[in-house]
Design a binder for this molecule. Sequence first.
Ligand code: ADP
Ligand code: MG
Length: 832
Amino acid sequence: MQRSIEKLYKIFKLEAEFNYTNKAVVGGLTKLTDTWQGDARADGLPEEKIQSVVAILNDYEALSIPERAQGLKKIGEILDNPGIRHLAHPETASLAPSNREPQTVPTDQPRKAQTTPRGKSRISTKKHTGTAAPAPVGAITENLTSPTSTVHGIGEKQAQLLAKLGLHTVEDMIYYFPRRYDDYSQLRLIKDLKYGEEVTVIAWVKSVSTFTSRNKNRKIIQAVVSDNTGSIQLMWFNQDYHLRVLRKDMFLSISGKVEQYMGRLVMYHPEYEHIEKQQLNTKRIVPVYALTARLSQRWLRRVMYTVLNNWAPKIPEFMTEYILKDADLLDLSTALKEIHFPETLSNLKKARYRLAFDEIFLLQLGVLRQKYEWIQQTARTYHVEDDWLNDRVSRLPFELTNAQMKGLGDIRADLVSGKPMNRLLQGDVGSGKTVIAALGIGIVVNNGAQAAYMAPTSILAEQHYTNLKHLLTNPEDDGAPLAENQIRLLIGDTPQKERDEILAGLADGTIKLLIGTHALIEDPVVFDNLQIVIVDEQHRFGVSQRAALREKGENPHLLVMTATPIPRSLALTIYGDLDLTLMDEMPPGRQPVSTHIVYPTERERIYNLIRSQVEQGHQAFIIYPLVEQGENEEVLAAVQEQERLQSDIFPNLRVGLLHGRLRPDEKEGVMRAFRTGEYDILVSTTVIEVGVDIPNATVMVIEGANRFGLAQLHQLRGRVGRGAEKSYCILIPQTSDAAENERLVAMESTNDGFILAEHDLKQRGPGEFLGTRQSGYAGLRLANLTDLHLIEKARRYAQQVFENDPTLSAPEHQLMLNALDHFWPSQKGDQS
Ligand code: ADP
Ligand code: MG
């Protein structure tokens, strides 16, 4: 074929792919005429043919789409070229799901060896000719749970690499969303390129050369490409591959960032593709996936494209037509396709919205179903006499706040309802949740049943053990619900002998209250009659851990507690299966903790503050983080600082040391010594972050404060200000610059956990303070929990569906039920 005709063929083929929208040449096909005439004459084509072609091209823009197709076909006839004559017809071409679908005109597509494993999966490398019905690229009979190796182009080796990304089935791949996108959809003429832009140009290779850079160690491969308006250099360093691939006169789509080199525009390491090939890496919004070693973006894009093309259209829509319309959602197949290979940024946005909507919708349906199931269950009822309860409350060392009274009332009502309590007690750090839980336990164990109280750290478990013994036992008090030996502590390091004793006591019912860490949910722990379960700092536990504790009893009452303040619509979504009690009041006399950012160079001032507080009988915490360096360094820093502070700074004070590497009995000893005032200062790692309650401590110094997240800082600050005395929280950033750190400034500006949580949501997303990763909300890949508008909307529709058909048994909800079961795969009727 003469070069001029081949050039037309390539361009027309591209134009057919674009459905004859006059996009194959920037500025329109008419722009071709000048240069093409020259080429055609050089090829010796008869002048009359040239002029007929030019006439059609000159009119091209004004033609309708079918006329354009006809026009190009006509050119094929004039030039007597079968390739051009048989370009796809627009009507059939538009049957393809997107106008960038591969066309079926024969092209030679030499594939790289690695992408064409030989074997049975290689079904469709046959060339298709003729009409443009969408061509199946791989076998399509497999269902979504087929292993990835059944996909055309994925061999055993590659399947193993994909497994490293957690991709085992076709469906895993479909839901493996790009990490980000490169927007190469901007097509430009070379003459219009501007420094710094990310663009695509369509151009011919003029030359390919190689040289070694002046410092001798870099081999530079350089190609000059040109369109009809100008030329630009492409450069690669030490990548011989391009020398083997690039050839003069190749017609390429080239994408990359426009840079400058010696005053001229260049692209370094651009992506490029033959123009007649499917464009997955250039000239579009290109997906960028998280990879693992030995997988390349290009390869993954190709197989993803195959998967999406074959399977996405077959994924059944589970959303009802009504919701799709009413909520203005993209259909599922399109959304999945667009999130991988977006046609436009606005389509991408719609696709993300749809898929995020699904996540919240299914999450909400799941928690509602959970609640529904719980409501069907019965639980033991526990009546309590007013006198008894009033007596208990009056024996407390303080008066309960109104919020605490309300919490207690809610729990009391749950216990007589005949249904299992499923309550979330939400109250900021220091609002006094423990005592409310203790009273709930008291009511249940007073009736002879057993209780379990789970805390996230052994330090906290020990603290609760001490506290609850104090609250629930008293040899002098006839009405005290328990005797001291009926309460036991079980943590990971409880010695075997004691453990055996505890297990025996639980099984025969002599132990009534077991407090501990996740050691409580281990296998050998069997209760005789567990009727109430308390989970403290619930965000620290996974869904399955809470479920495991519940399963130690038969429909026991469940109270989970959290200090994590979250917006209402979010709480309703994530904890929609739980009833909510909000304790929005602090015990009287609390003063806001006075919070200050202090530069590292001003430590001496802080030491003076500590000295004067200790003189007034108070105590101080000093926290060392170095979070990024791992626990060892954290411990080391604390150990060294304790020595330095004790010998150089506070020789007359008693400085204690606490860190995670101490034995449990050592930890307990240190905490006890601090609690009883044997230490004035406690140097610690973050092991004391949650729950620790030492009301006499009035100073919290946080070193390296810029390393912490807001939720953590707020929790640490919550260790002081727990009594009536004025307390201080001192945030010392690692460097003076870090004092500008937004989180520190936010901490300085408010004591309100609610405000801080919202701030944190905005800054870092929900994972941090909801602990979503541990808590089983990993299903939320796209839904941004800060998008309260989306949450509210998805929640409303889920609610609606649920109210009409709680068991999703209506035929139109069949697929929705499948999707729900799929979203909550591990669900065995319990997510709490
Ligand atoms: P949190 O809600 O963070 O778990 P705690 O239950 O540890 O808080 O209570 C914090 C401190 O407040 C404890 O020392 C507790 O004894 C005390 N406290 C609880 N309720 C009251 C109250 N109504 N009045 C005064 N102090 C209280
Ligand atoms: Mg607590």
